[in-house]
Write a new protein. Sequence first.
Length: 397
Amino acid sequence: MNANPPSNFTTPDGHGIHWYDTGERFLGAELAAISTAQSSVLLEHYIFRASKVGERFRDALTEASLRGVQVTLLLDDVGCWGLPRNYFSQLIELGGKVIWFNPVRWRFWSFRDHRKLLVVDGAQAFIGGCNIAPEYEGDGIHEGWRDGGIGITGPVVKHLIESFESQVEIAGNQIWRVRKRGRNGWMRAGEDVSLLLTRPGLHQGVFQRALRSDLLHAQDVSITMAYFLPVGRVKQMLLRAARLARSFRLLLPGRSDVPLLQVAARALYGGFHRRGAKIHEYQPQVLHAKILVVDDIVYIGSANLDPRSLAINFEIMLRIRSAPLAQQARATFERDLDHSLPVKPLPWRKPSSWWQRVKQKMARFIFTRLDLGVAQFFVQKNETAERDPGGRGRSVR
């Protein structure tokens, strides 16, 4: 294999981009940026775990606060389950803010802030799939999950700050307005970079619409996806692209931290194989990356191609048109293929046993019907509460 292309890129619309192909490099770059922050740090994460890497981030944030930097953390209450509430006590004493997104309540527990975002000094941002936890350290081959992300400067950072502030506003509302509050949009930061924000209850959000447009005439598609369970129109547009594209490749987990979802995903392999897709499963470690390369366009961020990301969670993605960046992303994809096994078409056309068929149907029901149905029910309940704030729809702290 040839040496990888350079990792630093610029776009004609004024963005600077750095590609991080491992969780170790990505988290290291985030820590370095925090350690040199001069005015502000905004950190938003689904998971922040009490651990050695968690302590390094906490200490860097605390030291930044000591330098007079305004530090604001937005952490998901479910994703950070088990993190002691006094974990950031020194940071708070120094004036830092720690905000818990959607504290667990029976009606609203399903809607999670799955985003991963860091903005430093209002000028530099980091976005990807990595949480702050030990499993994201490492090279994704010998140790640690396979993940990564990008650093970016330029006009899109302003939109990222606005989206962070919007999430803080949502987190602070006593009555949690799922549809009415928060940004959901395709925000163009120039000709080459767009910010795609999704939130609960939107079955054809901007991520889906952008992807559908780009796949319409796509010739070269490479998708690395941690949780792959597309349904409805998303599934159909991917199947169509697999049939029409010159090359359509899927890199999916051989080892998963959600084995039941993997069972459901494998039930889809036959349909994609029959339309010409090439499927590989990553072997050394758990695959957690979410990267789509469609011709000269790269999508990267927190969203998976599954019902939870597409219709339940709050997610954040960047869409970047850059031939050099797409080349880099494909080089990373090719490197990952060296550590993957091709999936042969025949075994996935029919389950080998009645028990496997039962497992696939159960898994698909749980992830595409039950989880989605419960979330949709509470979206409707929430809308009722907004229309009748004095009635039974009122939520309590």
